[in-house]
Design a binder for this molecule. Structure first.
Ligand code: NDP
Length: 246
């Protein structure tokens, strides 16, 4: 039997891109999905598709920047399925811009979603995982969590933070049998570049994204990390298109 069968997996940012692809892949392997994002229509459609294909999924409209909503998401998973095996903190956005443009609102949103959202996700699932002495937290960083480019200062800062938080979490929780995984994708064909508000930069990024690989490429690696025997932790992965230099 697959080690994924009957695992309860929460995914944030499940309404599109990597989160959606991971949900489908995991459902096809027998996981019980708890889908979270803000766009209810997308979550509902995804739940229906998963169930049509014989999988199991529930959803809860959740804004990851709300600590209360993240706690409610974890409580909902526990109420419906009795445990949380895996938390995938995937929700994120990438409104790139040079610092001198002072797009303060975009800086704040990136920090709130990409950093605080991950922290709230960790905080929401840790108590029950520590109690069971079992669990797996997967946080989505980026190649930008390893490298910094112009217009990417704040985005990179958030993704460096995701790696720092995840490594700290590993040191704190390995003895409680809680696995941690950092996933750092390169260019993946999703809606992510849509959050870039500067038109020149957006077209440069669209150009760069011509090499992007499908979201399923990352979904397969989320599956790979989860399906390892419980004494094996895949702590970090970088997954790029073969022809990406950065
Ligand atoms: P998408 O834009 O397709 O997906 C982003 C997801 O995040 C959506 O489901 C969106 O749902 C959700 N989201 C955004 N804000 C919030 C919020 N406040 N609360 C809850 N959910 C939110 O992009 P990707 O699938 O590419 O992004 C997934 C992750 O992968 C991100 O962390 C991104 O930084 C990372 N990544 C992506 C790369 C790429 O090239 N695509 C490269 C490296 C990393 P909704 O709007 O419905 O709330």
């Amino acid at each position: 039997m697959s080690t994924i069968q009957d695992k309860v997996v929460i995914i944030t940012g499940a309404s599109s891109g990597i989160g959606e692809a991971a949900a489908k892949e995991l459902a096809s392997k027998g996981a019980k999905l708890v889908l979270a994002a803000r766009r209810e229509d997308r979550l509902h459609k995804l739940q229906e598709e998963i169930e049509r294909n014989g999988g199991k999924a529930i959803y809860k409209v959740t804004d990851v920047t709300s600590h209360d909503q993240m706690e409610e998401l974890a409580e909902y998973a526990l109420k419906e399925f009795g445990k949380i095996d895996v938390m995938v903190n995937n929700a994120g956005l990438m409104p790139l811009s040079p610092l001198h443009e002072k797009k303060i609102k975009e800086w704040d949103t990136m920090i709130d979603v990409n950093i605080k959202g991950v922290l709230y996700g960790i905080g929401a699932v840790l108590p029950s995982m520590r109690e069971r002495k079992e669990g797996h937290i997967i946080n989505v960083s980026s190649v930008a969590g390893h490298l910094i480019g112009p217009a990417g200062s704040v985005y990179s800062a958030t993704k460096f933070a995701v790696r720092a938080i995840t490594e700290g979490l590993r040191k704190e929780e390995y003895a409680n049998n809680i696995r941690t995984t950092i996933i750092s994708p390169g260019a993946i064909a999703t809606e992510l570049p849509e959050t870039i508000s500067g038109s020149e930069l957006k077209s440069a990024i669209d150009d760069f994204y011509k090499i992007a690989i499908p979201a399923e490429s990352i979904a397969r690696h989320i599956v790979f990390a989860i399906e390892q025997p419980s004494d094996v932790a895949i702590n970090e992965m970088i997954i790029r298109p073969t022809n990406q230099e950065l």
